[in-house]
Design a binder for this molecule. Sequence first.
Ligand SMILES: O=C(O)c1cc(C(=O)O)c2c(n1)C(=O)C(=O)c1cc(C(=O)O)[nH]c1-2
Length: 240
Amino acid sequence: MSTDIGTGVGASVATGFEERLRAVARDHYHDRHPFNVRMHQGELTPDELRRWILNRFHYQRHIPVKDALVLAKLGTPRLRRMWLRRIEEHDGRADGEGGIERWLRLGEAAGLDRSELLSGERVLPGVRLAVDGYVNFCRLRSPLEAVAASLTELSAPGIMRTRIAAFERHYRWIDADGLAYFRSREAQGRQDSGEALGLVLDWARTEADHERAVAALAFKCDVLWSLLDAIDHGDRKERQ
Ligand SMILES: O=C(O)c1cc(C(=O)O)c2c(n1)C(=O)C(=O)c1cc(C(=O)O)[nH]c1-2
């Protein structure tokens, strides 16, 4: 497998494969998780929403770390530039910019101190394990598997729209400016997943490649699901 963008020869056998990828990203996505269902129906308490924001920050801040590991596996300037854009979207080009900053502002809009988010002290053990699992998967596996794992983002624009509508309707105590992260992710998720899908369809030439890519995407769905399981379960200390 070359990690350059190829001629698209693989595309001739890709249709069934692409449908399989799209089916996994749709049917196993975390929009169906009970915690997200409750979020979208407006049933979360302020404490539950703050717990989600705080723990999801642990995921957000590790996305550029995993993307740097993926970038290091890519063999051409063109591919590295493509992946570098992802890191810049999260980290920004200067202090005070980028997705991580926008997530910190979401936390502040919900009444969390940025120092509390940045300390990471209250991150739940299950969330740490899920995030470690994803970062290490991308560290250790092939470029095909690492890029295929990001294809959960095929479903991300949809969940962003649902989430923005839910926040505007049910959680008005969070200032609308705090939703900037979700608004920016709708277009970014579409671009990210479009590029990643092109690479996966191009690189996966054999049945074995197809199986590995589908398994990688299923694993990533499990990561997002486990993360929400941990958040849904909550903090031992909170329940004592
Ligand atoms: O809030 C969400 O539901 C959600 C889901 C996903 C996803 O589907 O993997 C990502 C994000 N958000 C996100 O904000 C993000 O930056 C992101 C990067 C990636 C990735 O795997 O590279 N997924 C996601």
